[in-house]
Design a protein around this ligand. Structure first.
Ligand code: NDP
Ligand code: MG
Length: 402
């Protein structure tokens, strides 16, 4: 039986990598639904190649989609569902077995949560959703029986290095279980690893988006450059593996060959390695517990030769420190950090604030905020998110380029 797949964020970097794998395995997977946001021509191209039954897109782009579909001679117009309700509908459609959650940012929260509530196999790329509402999401997964599998390369690596039964043993006490002692989250260090603070003062969006090892969307590329990405991943790991941040160490590893590690009480350290290509973790999460082939080049250790490691410099990359503090704080704090960061990154990309201001802004918003328990209430999460966005916008009005 073929698995029926929905891709939320099909036009993005993770979406495109997922499509590559589906194209390689037409006997195993059927693309039932896709979503896009701005890149409507690409959305039509995906329809030409895969003929999905349903497409979710903004209402404002429906006419453009239809025009392009006619121009490009798309034979069968898919059902068009619009806006957030459209995303939620495809994420929870009864026809769908697997949902790739690959929308960037808080915009992906409602549809990711809908997939979890509907008990799907959820391939989780949209880490911001978990940062905002990790407890709610995992509680819903427990209720619905949804299988939330990590696509983020580090978390996928950790998942591969953990004992198979680890997920079902998730405990409330946030201690490592089953002989595990520590998680080592690797980070490339991004394009500014060896820059001085003075040099970082002047960097441009184009420089920040040019990641040395990975080709990714703009937002996560900037997050990788500030190390906020690693901060968000630290929070993601705490939720996914039910572990306190105290047991997660960030290790800078510039080659991005080891994607993360798990340490055990007997002195073992298990690592998952491979060339940096998101097709590997996506294929793993799609097929788990089986394995399917990808076109990723097999690792050649004679070519790699050296693997380097060092601790992160928290003075140069304070975003990582802020993320750890917010996870320690708990409740609405990680969501506030995430919301402020989303606004800051967008402002940096528009050249309204400087690169180092991203962390300054997030810090300022956190300092102005009061944290509360989310009480597993999405309304509390959303209210904190909005309040943080307002504060961030205010900061930009005050200190940003007008
Ligand atoms: P991209 O920017 O390449 O793609 C984002 C996708 O989300 C696009 O399909 C985009 O549509 C859609 N989108 C953007 N805004 C909205 C919105 N407001 N409503 C609905 N859809 C929207 O990002 P990536 O693929 O790089 O990243 C996606 C997620 O995966 C992020 O959370 C990221 O952190 C995570 N991730 C990415 C990795 C990578 O290697 N790229 C690695 C690990 C995690 P459109 O393009 O049509 O505008
Ligand atoms: Mg990652």
């Amino acid at each position: 039986m073929k698995q029926s797949v929905a891709i939320l964020g099909a036009t993005g970097s993770i979406g495109q990598s997922t499509l590559k794998i589906l194209a390689d395995h037409p006997d195993k997977y059927h693309l039932y639904a896709i979503s896009g946001f701005h890149r409507i021509a690409e959305l039509v191209d995906i329809c030409l190649q895969f003929q999905p039954e349903v497409v979710a897109l903004p209402q404002s782009h429906v006419a453009l989609f239809k025009d392009l579909a006619t121009q490009k001679q798309l034979k069968q117009l898919p059902a068009l569902l619009v806006d957030e309700a459209g995303l939620v509908a495809i994420a929870s459609a009864p026809e769908v077995d697997v949902v790739m959650a690959a929308i960037v940012g808080a915009a992906g929260l409602s549809s990711t949560l809908a997939a979890v509530k509907a008990g799907k196999r959820v391939l989780l790329a949209n880490k911001e959703a978990l940062v905002m509402a990790g407890e709610i999401m995992l509680a819903e997964a427990k209720k619905s029986g949804a299988l939330v599998l990590p696509v983020d390369s580090e978390h996928n690596a950790i998942f591969q290095c953990l004992p198979q039964q680890y997920f079902s043993h998730r405990q409330q006490n946030k201690q490592p279980q089953l002989g595990v002692s520590r998680l080592l989250l690797t980070a490339s260090g991004g394009p500014f690893l060896n820059f001085s603070l003075e040099q970082m003062q002047q960097v441009t969006p184009a420089q920040a988006c040019k990641h040395p090892n990975w080709s990714m969307g703009q937002k996560i590329s900037v997050d990788s450059a500030t190390l906020m990405n690693k901060g968000l991943e630290l929070i993601e790991a705490c939720h996914l593996f039910a572990i306190s941040e105290h047991f997660v160490t960030v290790v800078i590893h510039p080659q991005s060959i080891i994607h993360s590690m798990v340490q055990y009480i007997d002195g073992s350290t298990l690592a998952q390695m491979g060339n940096p290509d998101m097709c590997t973790p996506i294929a793993h999460a799609l097929a788990w517990p089986e394995r399917i082939s990808t076109q990723v080049k097999t690792l050649d250790l004679f070519e790699v030769q050296t693997l380097d490691f060092c601790p992160p410099d928290l003075d140069k990359f304070p975003a990582l420190k802020l993320a750890r503090q917010s996870m320690r704080e708990g409740g609405t704090a990680p969501g506030i950090l995430n919301a402020a960061n989303e606004i800051a990154v967008a402002a940096f990309l528009q050249e309204r604030i400087k690169f180092l201001d991203i962390a300054n802004l997030v810090d300022a918003v956190l300092q102005q905020s009061q944290f509360e328990s989310t009480d597993d209430d999405l309304n509390v999460v959303m209210a904190a998110d909005q309040c943080a966005r307002d504060k961030a916008a205010q900061w930009i009005r005050q200190y940003g380029v007008q």
